[in-house]
Design a protein around this ligand. Structure first.
Ligand SMILES: Cc1ncc(COP(=O)(O)O)c(C=O)c1O
Length: 394
C-alpha cells in the first residue's frame, strides 16, 4: 500500500533546519526557525524555569492523567496573563490547556469546523506558513485579507480595515496578537481599536494567535489588541503559546481561551471543546504547564521570569539596531531602517527568492523562502559575515 506514496514536501521551516544541521560549512547561520538564541547563540533554559521545574518535580506525587481541559489553576493564570487582572471578559471566558500554541490552533479549528458550519477562516497575506495548513486540515475553508505593504515594508492599515469590512458576518478572522509572523509589523493601539470596532460591528469572530506575548513591547503592551477586542464586546478565541516567552519549546505548553457573549455560552462551548480535545490528544501534557503555573503564581519567580523575558526582548531590539547599522557600514545601498521598527523575532528582510537561494548555497545562510529572518539568530560572531553576504547579493 505504501509503495505508491509519493514523497511529501518537507515543512518549509523545519525542513530548512534539517538541511542546516547537515551543512558542513563552519560559517553556517540558521535564521529560519523561530527559536530565540542568546548572544552566544544558545537557547538556554531560563533560570526561573529551572527553579520552578525543581519545585514541580519535588512536589510531584503522581503521573496520573489531567482532566481533558487541563489544570483549572493554569487556566486562570493564562486568562490573567492575557487579559490582565480584573478584566470583564474573564467572567465570560474558559480555557483549555493544550499541547503548544499549535495544539490550541488545531483545537480551535476542529471546534469551528464542527460547530460553526460553512464559514471561512480569514488570515493575513502573508502569515505563518503553518496557519493555512492547520485550518485546512481541520476541514475549514481558508481565505486571505490584505495586510502588508511590501514596498514600504509596513503594515497596510487601510487595506486591512477595508478587507475586514468586506468579510461576511460570522466568519472567523485570524489575527496575530503581536509580533506578526513573518512580517514583524503590528497594528498600532489606535488601529487595534478600529479593528475591534469593525469586528464587533460586523459580527466577525476573531481568533487571536498569541505566540509571542512579551517579545514585542512588554507583556501588557502586547495584549493591547486582544483587550481592545474584549472591550468592544466581541466573542473571541485566543491561542496562547508558552514556547517562546518561557523557552518551553519542547514541553508543548499552550492554551485555548474562549471568550463568549456570557458565562453560560462559554461553558456550553467548553463542553464541545472537551470532545474535540478528547478525540484528538485525549488530555494535555502536564509538566510544562505546571512550570508556567508555578512561575505565574509566585511573585519572586514571576519577577525573575519577567526580567528574563525583558532581556530576550531587549537583545532582539539591540540586534535590530546593529543589523541596520552594519548593513549601512557594508555599503548596502538599500534603506533597511524598517527592520528597527518591526517587533518580535522576525523581520521580513525584503530579500527576494533568488537572493535567499544564493545566501543558502554560497554562504550557508538559511532563510525562509519569503525572506523572513529570525533576528535572534544573529550574534556578534556572525553579524558581520551575514551583512557582508547580504551586501554581496544586493
Ligand atoms: C505565529 C505562530 N503561531 C503559533 C506557533 C506555534 O507555537 P508552538 O510551538 O507553541 O506550537 C508559532 C511557532 O512558531 C508561531 O510562529
Amino acid at each position: 500500500m505504501f509503495q505508491q506514496l509519493e514523497m511529501a514536501p518537507a515543512d518549509p521551516i523545519m525542513g530548512l533546519s534539517a538541511a542546516f544541521k547537515s551543512d558542513a560549512n563552519p560559517n553556517k547561520i540558521n535564521l529560519s526557525v523561530g527559536v530565540y538564541q542568546d548572544a552566544s547563540g544558545q537557547t538556554p533554559v531560563l533560570a526561573s524555569v529551572q527553579t520552578a521545574q525543581e519545585r514541580v518535580l519535588a512536589a510531584e506525587k503522581t503521573k496520573s492523567y489531567l482532566s481533558i481541559e487541563g489544570s483549572s489553576e493554569y487556566g486562570a493564570a493564562v486568562r490573567e496573563l492575557i487579559l490582565g487582572v480584573g478584566h470583564e471578559a474573564a467572567e465570560r471566558a474558559i480555557t483549555v490547556q493544550s499541547p503548544g500554541g499549535t495544539g490550541a490552533l488545531r483545537l480551535a479549528g476542529d471546534f469551528l469546523a464542527q460547530h460553526l458550519g460553512d464559514r471561512s477562516v480569514w488570515m493575513s497575506e502573508p502569515t505563518w506558513a503553518n496557519h493555512p495548513k492547520i485550518f485546512a486540515s481541520a476541514g475549514l475553508r481558508v481565505e486571505t485579507y490584505g495586510y502588508f505593504d511590501a514596498r514600504a515594508n509596513t503594515l497596510d492599515a487601510d487595506a486591512l480595515l477595508a478587507a475586514l469590512g468586506q468579510i461576511p458576518s460570522g466568519h472567523v478572522v485570524l489575527l496575530h496578537g503581536c509580533c506578526h509572523n513573518p512580517t514583524g509589523c503590528d497594528p498600532s493601539p489606535a488601529t487595534w481599536r478600529q479593528i475591534a470596532e469593525v469586528a464587533a460591528e460586523r459580527g466577525l469572530l476573531p481568533l487571536v494567535d498569541f505566540a509571542y506575548q512579551g517579545f514585542g513591547d512588554g507583556l501588557r503592551e502586547d495584549a493591547v489588541g486582544l483587550r481592545a477586542l474584549g472591550d468592544a464586546g466581541c466573542e473571541l478565541l485566543v491561542a496562547s503559546s508558552f514556547s517562546k516567552n518561557f523557552g518551553l519549546y519542547n514541553e508543548r505548553v499552550g492554551a485555548l481561551t474562549l471568550i463568549g457573549a456570557d458565562a453560560e455560552a462559554a461553558l456550553r462551548a467548553l463542553s464541545h471543546l472537551k470532545i474535540a480535545a478528547r478525540t484528538n490528544y485525549s488530555n494535555p501534557p502536564a509538566h510544562g504547564a505546571a512550570i508556567v503555573c508555578e512561575i505565574l503564581g509566585d511573585s519572586m519567580l514571576r519577577r525573575q521570569w519577567e526580567g528574563e523575558l525583558a532581556e530576550m526582548r531587549e537583545r532582539i531590539n539591540r540586534v535590530r539596531q546593529r543589523l541596520v547599522a552594519r548593513l549601512g557600514e557594508q555599503g548596502v545601498g538599500r534603506d533597511f531602517s524598517f527592520i528597527e521598527r518591526q517587533r518580535g523575532m522576525f523581520s521580513f528582510s525584503g530579500l527576494n527568492a533568488e537572493q535567499v537561494e544564493v545566501l543558502r548555497e554560497q554562504y550557508a545562510i538559511y532563510i525562509v523562502a519569503g525572506g523572513r529572518i529570525n533576528v535572534a539568530g544573529l550574534t556578534e560572531d556572525n553579524l558581520d559575515y551575514f551583512c557582508k553576504a547580504v551586501a554581496a547579493v544586493s
